[in-house]
Design a protein around this ligand. Structure first.
Ligand code: FES
Ligand code: FE2
Length: 399
C-alpha cells in the first residue's frame, strides 16, 4: 500500500502540552515591502540570488546530459545531470554578447549547448569549448571563459538552485532547509512521490503577497468557505519558526479523536512548511501540494503549483481507491487555489492606491510578520543599505 507518513520520533507539534504560538506577538507591516521597486532590486541581488530555490523534480533529468532550465527575477540558469549522477548548474548567459543560449525549458542527452547567435559552444558544465573563427578574438579574453557557475543540489526528490555560484558562504541545501523541516517533512518521503499535476499562473502581485497567504490559516473560513468544524479545529493550529523558515500544523477536524489519542501530527493534521523565500509545502496526509511563487518583477509573479501523489498500480483496487480519493481532493484544492488567486486580483486593484498603507497582522499571522522581518534583516545585513524598517512588532505581554 502507499506510504503513510507517521510521526515516529519527530517532536510533538500539536497537543495540550505543545505551545501554539512562538511568542512573536502582533505586527504592522508597511505596504512598501510589496511595492517598492528599489527594495525589490536589493532582494534580487542579496536574497533571491543567495537562497536555495526550487527548480524542478529530480526525475525530470535522470540521465547524464539531461537538463532543465530555471527562469525568474531576471535570471536564467541551466541545470544538467553529470555522468557521475551529480548536478552542474550555470547561468544561461552567452559570454560573447549576452543572450541566453539555451532556449527550451528542458531536454535530454545533451553533450554541448550552442548559442543561436554566433555559435559559441558550451559543455554541460557551462565551460566555453568552441568559438567559430576563434583566431579573430583576443585569446586572453577567451582563456578559461565559462558561463558563470550556479550551485544545484537535491533534497526530497526536488532540484534546488542557488544562483550565486561564487558565494563562498553559501549554506548547504540541508542546512538551509534545516533539521526541523528535513526531519518532519522528510517523513513524507517526497523523493518516492510522483508528479500528478502542475499548474502555472501569471499573477499581477508581489510573490511575497502570495507567500503571505500560505503563512496563515485565518482566511480559510471566509475565502474558502471552510465549514465551522474546520474553523474550530484550526483554532488549535500551532505555528513554528525554524531559522529563516517556518512550519504550521492545522488539526484535521475529521480525525481530532485520533490526533488526541496518538499525537501524530503527520497523520492527522495538515502539515505546512515554508522554506524561505518562496517554497511552500502543503502536506495532506496522503498527497502534497507545493506552491512556488517565482518573482518576475516587483509586482508580477509566476505562480506554480505542483501536486504530488504516491505511485502505484491502478489495477490494484486498494491503490485505485487511494488514487480516486486524492484526485477528488485535488479537484477541491484546485478550486481553493482559484479562490486564493481571486484575492491576488483584488490586491492588484489597490497596488497604487494611497488608501492602502499597511498590513495589520494578528498574533496568529505571526509567520507573515516574521517572514518580512527576515527579509528586511537579510537585505540590510547583506547589502549594507539602510532601509527604513517597515516591520513594527508588538511582542506579547509577559505572562
Ligand atoms: S552572442 Fe552567443 S555566440 Fe554571439
Ligand atoms: Fe488559501
Amino acid at each position: 500500500m502507499v506510504h503513510v507518513a507517521t510521526r515516529g520520533d519527530v517532536p510533538a507539534r500539536l497537543g495540550p502540552d505543545v505551545p501554539q504560538l512562538p511568542g512573536w506577538g502582533t505586527t504592522v507591516v508597511d505596504r512598501e515591502v510589496y511595492a517598492d521597486p528599489a527594495r525589490f532590486e536589493l532582494e534580487r541581488e542579496h536574497v533571491l540570488r543567495r537562497s536555495w530555490i526550487l527548480a524542478g523534480r529530480s526525475v525530470e533529468i535522470p540521465e547524464p546530459g539531461d537538463w532543465l532550465s530555471f527562469e525568474g527575477h531576471g535570471e536564467t540558469a541551466v541545470i544538467t545531470r553529470q555522468r557521475d549522477g551529480s548536478l552542474a548548474a550555470f547561468h544561461n548567459v552567452c559570454q560573447h554578447r549576452g543572450p541566453s543560449f539555451v532556449k527550451a525549458d528542458k531536454g535530454c542527452g545533451a553533450r554541448r549547448f550552442s548559442c543561436p547567435y554566433h555559435g559559441w559552444v558550451y559543455d554541460t558544465t557551462g565551460k566555453l569549448v568552441g568559438v567559430p573563427e576563434r583566431e579573430d578574438f583576443d585569446a586572453e579574453e577567451l582563456q578559461g571563459l565559462r558561463a558563470p557557475l550556479a550551485k544545484a543540489d537535491e533534497w526530497g526528490g526536488w532540484i534546488w538552485l542557488y544562483l550565486d555560484g561564487d558565494d563562498a558562504d553559501a549554506p548547504s541545501l540541508t542546512d538551509w532547509i534545516g533539521a526541523d523541516i528535513t526531519t518532519d517533512l522528510g517523513r513524507f518521503e517526497m523523493e518516492n512521490m510522483i508528479l500528478d499535476d502542475k499548474l502555472v499562473w501569471d499573477v499581477p502581485v508581489s510573490y511575497k503577497a502570495i507567500v503571505d497567504g500560505f503563512n496563515e490559516v485565518y482566511h480559510a473560513t471566509e475565502l474558502h468557505s471552510s465549514p465551522p468544524e474546520f474553523t474550530k479545529a484550526a483554532r488549535n493550529t500551532s505555528f513554528w519558526f525554524s531559522g529563516q523558515n517556518s512550519m504550521m500544523f492545522v488539526p484535521r477536524y475529521q480525525t481530532l479523536d485520533k490526533l488526541a489519542e496518538t499525537g501524530d501530527h503527520l497523520r492527522y493534521s495538515i502539515c505546512h512548511y515554508v522554506v524561505f523565500p518562496n517554497t511552500v509545502f502543503n502536506c495532506n496526509p496522503q498527497h502534497i501540494q507545493v506552491f512556488n511563487p517565482i518573482p518576475i518583477d516587483v509586482d508580477r509573479t509566476r505562480f506554480i503549483t505542483w501536486q504530488l501523489i504516491y505511485p502505484g498500480d491502478r489495477s490494484d483496487p486498494e491503490y485505485n481507491k487511494y488514487w480516486e480519493t486524492t484526485q477528488a481532493h485535488w479537484e477541491v484544492l484546485k478550486k481553493v487555489v482559484g479562490e486564493d488567486i481571486s484575492i491576488y486580483d483584488q490586491l492588484s486593484r489597490t497596488k497604487r492606491s494611497p488608501a492602502y498603507t499597511k498590513n495589520i497582522l494578528s498574533d496568529r499571522e505571526c509567520k507573515i510578520g516574521k517572514y518580512h522581518d527576515t527579509m528586511q534583516r537579510l537585505v540590510t545585513e547583506r547589502s549594507g543599505v539602510k532601509l527604513a524598517d517597515p516591520i513594527h512588532r508588538k511582542p506579547p505581554a509577559a505572562s
